[in-house]
Design a protein. Structure first.
Length: 308
């Protein structure tokens, strides 16, 4: 309806005004702290193994053992490795942009987006993607009014001991008839276990905090967040209560502080770091020796690497 479109535009103008005011207020930024924006993936990597973060993302050195060292987040698993997750995300974003009003896009409108994929999807991949989209359309959140799809942001987050800039992209921001905001993140993983849900809970809480800051919304304005498990056609809601937000804040600030202080040592704080599959294991002076891995190969310490 015209009223719904006008309401969406009004909120968009409100967002733009808040972002402009925030940018003006924050220039110049405080010296001596982390300045490069941190993505959620970077925060997870810092919590997984700070040394691997340094080798790959700070020093930009190629893996010394093998290419394709696994990252901390398991990728979505397409049926034949040819972009199922990308195709489904693109279809959802385009369909909700074309039909942002309450009610949402139909199953036919969602699946029609798959035919726009370049290169064309193989028939088995298209069939699997279509099944995911049909399941999604049956979820209540599919029919909420869409405020934004693929909302990219950088959030300058004032925290102690220093500010942190968080970069991210929210798959979809929706709003219910009662005014509740929804932060939604699509997942196409074959399995979302408890550890993955907990990890992605940090992501959604950070995104919700960023959205609230960008909107200039107070704590009284209702907001919810959920992972959309597309393979199971299931909504996995993430708590945004103050206690959960405090846990995520501590989690993010701990990683950002390590980066700001240049502390990439491991010590005894990362017992589950994935040394066996790491592309830097032969160069790392802190790799785990789990019997089968044998003694470190090459120099005891990689050039330019600080002592632990």
């Amino acid at each position: 309806t015209d009223e719904a479109v006008a309401a969406v535009r009004q909120v968009g103008e409100r967002w733009a005004a808040v972002v402009a005011a925030e940018a003006a207020a924050l220039a110049p930024r405080a010296p001596g702290r982390q300045r490069a924006p941190l993505s959620f993936t970077a925060l997870v990597e810092l919590h997984t193994c700070p040394r691997r973060y340094r080798y790959g993302l700070v020093d930009r050195r190629p893996p010394t053992d093998r290419e394709g060292a696994p990252g901390p987040l398991p990728p979505a698993e397409p049926a034949d490795g040819r972009g199922l997750g990308i195709a489904v995300h693109a279809a959802l974003a385009a369909a909700h942009e074309e039909d942002p009003g309450p009610g949402g896009p139909t199953v036919a409108a969602l699946t029609a987006q798959l035919d726009r994929a370049v290169p064309p999807l193989p028939a088995p991949v298209r069939a699997e993607a279509a099944a995911m989209l049909a399941g999604y359309a049956a979820l209540p959140v599919a029919g909420l009014a869409t405020w934004a799809s693929e909302l990219h942001f950088e959030w300058y987050w004032r925290q102690e001991p220093g500010p942190v800039t968080i970069r991210g992209a929210i798959d979809r921001v929706a709003r219910a008839a009662d005014g509740t905001w929804w932060v939604l993140d699509y997942k196409t993983h074959r399995q979302l276990d408890g550890a993955a849900v907990e990890r992605y809970g940090h992501q959604l809480r950070l995104y919700a905090m960023a959205l609230r800051a960008g909107l200039g919304a107070g704590p009284e304005e209702p907001m919810r967040a959920a992972l959309v498990d597309l393979r199971q056609a299931r909504l996995r809601e993430v708590s945004l209560d103050p206690a959960a937000q405090a846990v995520t804040t501590a989690w993010a600030v701990r990683a950002a502080t390590r980066l700001a202080e240049g502390d990439f040592s491991v010590g005894a704080d990362f017992p589950a770091r994935p040394c066996a599959g790491c592309g830097y294991r032969s160069a790392c002076p802190e790799r785990r020796l789990d019997g089968a891995e044998g003694p470190p190969a090459g120099p005891a310490q990689a050039p330019g690497t600080p002592s632990a």
